[in-house]
Design a protein around this ligand. Structure first.
Ligand code: CO
Length: 132
């Protein structure tokens, strides 16, 4: 069902500041940057080898990531898992009683289709499914 870990989402106060660590010190390369006004955030996808991290900077303090940073500070926000057919996976998960934040896939970073599972259902971890 899951093909692997797609990326780790990391909430930061400033992508620019975080790049000095993730890009300049650790050697991740920026693959893609984007502003998502509907989610109140800016993001940067960074890659090193097979590993990807997604830096998330809130542009709206009332957004999900904005509230996360205010409440818990910077840190790992979600784990994204790669799936092949997100519609089928969502249907199967619903049948097994898994709590979903998104019943239907929606547009994610870089033109992908994504959906979030409720953290309560995944032992405290916010899980994002990415179709790719
Ligand atoms: Co993500």
């Amino acid at each position: 069902m899951v093909r692997g870990i797609h990326h780790l989402g990391i909430a930061v106060n400033s992508i620019e500041d975080a790049l000095s660590v993730y890009r300049d010190a650790l050697g991740f390369e920026v693959e893609h940057s984007e502003q998502m006004d509907d989610r109140g955030l800016k993001l940067a996808m960074l890659r090193a080898g097979d590993g990807e991290v997604e830096l998330l900077e809130p542009t709206d303090p009332a957004s999900t990531v904005g509230r996360f940073v205010q409440k818990r500070g910077e840190g790992i926000h979600h784990v994204a898992l790669q799936v092949k057919n997100i519609d089928k996976v969502l249907g199967d998960l619903k049948e097994t009683g898994i709590r979903l934040i998104d019943e239907e896939a929606r547009p994610g970073a870089g033109g992908t289709r994504v959906a979030f599972l409720h953290p309560k259902t995944a032992h405290g971890v916010l899980i994002e499914l990415v179709e790719e």
